[in-house]
Ligand binder design. Structure first.
Ligand code: UDP
Length: 336
């Protein structure tokens, strides 16, 4: 296959058939824009679809861009009929836990009703391969760590509930209409495009790593630590950080998985099998950047589970994943 952007991964079985069309819904967002770049680099014809509510038009650096809200069935039908994509990757969800607690309607309307709308248009127009962005938040307070796919699902915030509802819908869409899917449960996506073309742009920024990096660069005031009385070794929340490019590569492998007719629809956790507390993350960034800044202990934030660490066994087995960024240091270095 001809490809201008040669990439080692072409040799690892993740290249697509020539002319393979991919819709990246939410392609102007943080993970979506990294997905667009990598999919383009391995030969997909990429069409990014976004309503630009949280995404940025100028983050879509490759392929085509089409403005569309997933709640707009007419526009979606027009786009699916026009392009006839082979597969869809659906990143088009709101994803801030604390916001979902304050404004659940926003989460159920976009994340659940919007996804339902998208899946119906897919089925009606004959597109039956999907990768869905789910989340570790579907598990709630974990009963054991690391969290494997069989762990009980008891989400403790509307964000996690909205994503679990979609996972349930997908099982029924597979049985009834043959929609083949993978639901990937992301743990904490972090880091940037190592070539520096893309970044994480949330407004306002709520995520720990970019906030701490900004504090270290003197671009903002103190870092607040939301909760120091959790039942963890230092009282702060533990999260499993996975580099955005490792996440994106899992999706490329996921597309190959879906192309293999004998593979079943499935759910897979995506993390590094390794957790870091909020205070550990702050200290690591101070050490790596050799900067100091003020840190203030605060009340807990609504909806935060104490610890989320992924088991990566299934991801390794089903997709032969081998992450490029295994240490927190290597992730931080793409940000610093
Ligand atoms: N956090 C914090 N201070 C901040 C931002 C986040 O203490 O300014 C904590 C947050 O409470 C959570 C962890 O860092 O325990 C990761 O939060 P983030 O928003 O990055 O991701 P989430 O786990 O909510 O998806």
């Amino acid at each position: 296959m001809k490809n201008n952007h040669h990439d080692d991964r072409l040799d690892m079985g993740i290249q697509c058939r020539s002319g393979c069309k991919l819709f990246v819904v939410g392609g102007a967002g943080y993970i979506g824009s990294h997905m667009v770049k990598q999919a383009h680099n391995v030969g997909y014809e990429v069409i990014a679809i976004d309503n630009l509510v949280t995404g940025y038009r100028d983050a879509v650096l490759y392929g085509k861009f089409e403005y569309c809200d997933i709640l707009d069935a007419r526009r979606l039908t027009q786009l699916f009929t026009q392009y006839k994509p082979d597969a869809v990757i659906h990143f088009g969800g709101y994803s801030i836990v604390s916001e979902s607690v304050r404004d659940p309607y926003k989460y159920y309307y976009n994340n659940v009703a919007g996804s339902l709308n998208l899946f119906k248009v897919m089925v009606d127009t004959g597109c039956k391969k999907l990768i869905f962005s789910s989340t570790a938040a579907i598990f709630g307070d974990p009963e054991y760590l690391p969290i494997d796919e069989a762990h009980i699902k008891k989400p403790i915030n509307p964000y996690g509930k909205s994503k679990l509802m979609v996972e349930e819908m997908l099982k029924d869409f597979d049985s009834a209409y043959g929609l083949k899917y993978i639901s990937f449960r992301y743990f904490n996506a972090a880091g940037h495009d190592p070539e520096g073309e893309l970044s994480e742009r949330h407004d306002p920024e709520t995520h720990l790593l970019p906030i701490v990096i900004r504090a270290a660069n003197g671009e903002r005031g103190p870092v607040n630590v939301f909760g120091v009385d959790y039942d963890t070794f230092d009282g702060t929340c533990i999260r499993d950080y996975i580099h955005v490019n490792d996440l994106v590569n899992a999706h490329l492998k996921g597309l190959v998985y879906l192309n293999n007719k004998s593979n079943m629809s499935t759910e897979i956790n995506l993390g590094n099998n390794n957790g870091f507390s909020v205070k550990e993350v702050i200290q690591k960034i101070k050490d790596i950047m050799n900067k100091d800044f003020e840190v203030i202990d605060e009340e807990r934030r609504d909806g935060d589970p104490p610890a989320l660490i992924a088991s990566n066994k299934k991801a390794k087995k089903e997709l032969s994943l081998s992450p490029d960024y295994v240490s927190l240091e290597s992730i931080i270095k793409t940000l610093a």
